[in-house]
Write a protein that binds this ligand. Structure first.
Ligand code: ADP
Ligand code: MG
Length: 311
């Protein structure tokens, strides 16, 4: 029987992208001479999945239980090897507030200033007729970004330019009862991402969205977003960004498999850590395969190397 499986699909909003990533990975493994099944992940059929007796899992699940540490915890308990970061790192990176806090405590990499409110406090604030956001504005300034700490795909993220827009932005960020609303200093300038393989930076991609920020529309609907590898900001800039990404990966224990670390750089080219994606897209349009190819790794070779690190 086949002992390797690519876990794809799942229950999150990114299900369709995950199916594309997973199929692409299975095909690449085949090219690299490794037979792998694909399995459409459904949390309610956990017993069925474990009953198949796979010994190595290539996790290609984006968002939800496949990226927040839950699937990783299940595989840990079942004693099955899996690709990518461990359960604890996955769950920390799913939380932008927690991961930022750890990076700012453990490294010298800058993070955007921010204040936070639990959803309950935020809703209570909105319900008070005489509320205002003066303290928040004093702390982070305007414009600011209002976003949920635990969601992805830019869902619930708003660029706020005027105080009068904060109420609406907070409502949009209150996606669930256990969310945390982040009010973040707005970094105007450049959007960048670094692809990492086993804790080493492969290279940088600069993202140039035609919208005001890299929102859901720019990520999934528009085809006019520009992607540049290497960035247009110069070799020294990319080198420094890669060094910062390696510090972040080490601080957050993202040292196995591929992860993608997002940064923003301001107009003076100071770069700020934004978030880690622990199961980044691996479709034919995704950024990790593109950066890896620039670094000299064809996709089948990249997938083989990731699988080899499964433990
Ligand atoms: N502090 C910020 N300053 C400027 N733009 C931001 C900031 N935070 C988020 N953004 C914009 O919103 C996008 C999505 O935010 P991000 O924190 O990466 O959440 P997601 O998990 O939804 O991708 C970013 O890619 C960026 O374009
Ligand atoms: Mg992001």
């Amino acid at each position: 029987m086949t002992e390797t499986v690519v876990l794809l699909g799942g229950e999150s909003e990114e299900r369709e992208i995950s199916i594309q990533s997973g199929r692409n990975i299975a095909e690449a493994l085949k090219t690299a001479g490794i037979e792998a099944d694909v399995y459409d992940w459904d949390p309610s059929r956990m017993q069925d999945f474990l009953g198949k007796g796979y010994r190595r899992v290539f996790i290609a699940l984006h968002g939800g239980s496949g990226e927040n540490g839950t699937v990783q915890a299940m595989l840990d308990l079942a004693g099955v090897a899996y690709t990518g970061v461990r359960m604890r790192a996955a769950s920390i990176c799913m939380d932008k507030l927690l991961s930022k806090t750890i990076v700012s405590k453990r490294t010298d990499v800058p993070v955007p200033g921010c204040v936070t409110l639990g959803v309950r406090e935020a809703r209570e604030m909105l319900s008070r007729a005489d509320h205002d956001w003066r303290e928040v504005i004093e702390a982070v300034g305007l414009p600011m970004i209002v976003k949920p700490a635990r969601n992805g795909s830019s869902v619930g993220v708003t660029l706020v330019e005027r105080a009068s827009e904060i109420d609406g932005a907070v409502r949009a960020a209150c996606l669930s009862d256990d969310e945390i609303v982040m009010f973040e200093q707005y970094i105007r300038g450049h959007e960048l991402t670094v692809a990492m393989l086993n804790g080493k930076a492969l290279g940088v991609c600069q993202i140039i969205p035609k919208n005001k920020f890299y929102d859901y529309d720019a990520k999934y609907n528009r085809d006019d977003t520009e992607y540049l590898t290497p960035s247009s900001l110069g070799e020294a800039f990319d080198r420094e960004l890669c060094a910062r990404a390696e510090k972040v990966a080490c601080a957050l224990d993202c040292m196995s498999g591929v992860v993608r670390i997002d940064f923003l750089a301001d107009e003076s080219l100071e770069s700020y850590f934004l978030e880690v994606n622990t199961v980044p897209g691996m479709t034919s349009h995704s950024l990790v395969p593109k950066i890896a190819r620039y670094a000299g790794y064809e996709f089948p070779e990249l997938c083989r190397m990731i699988l080899e690190m499964a433990h």
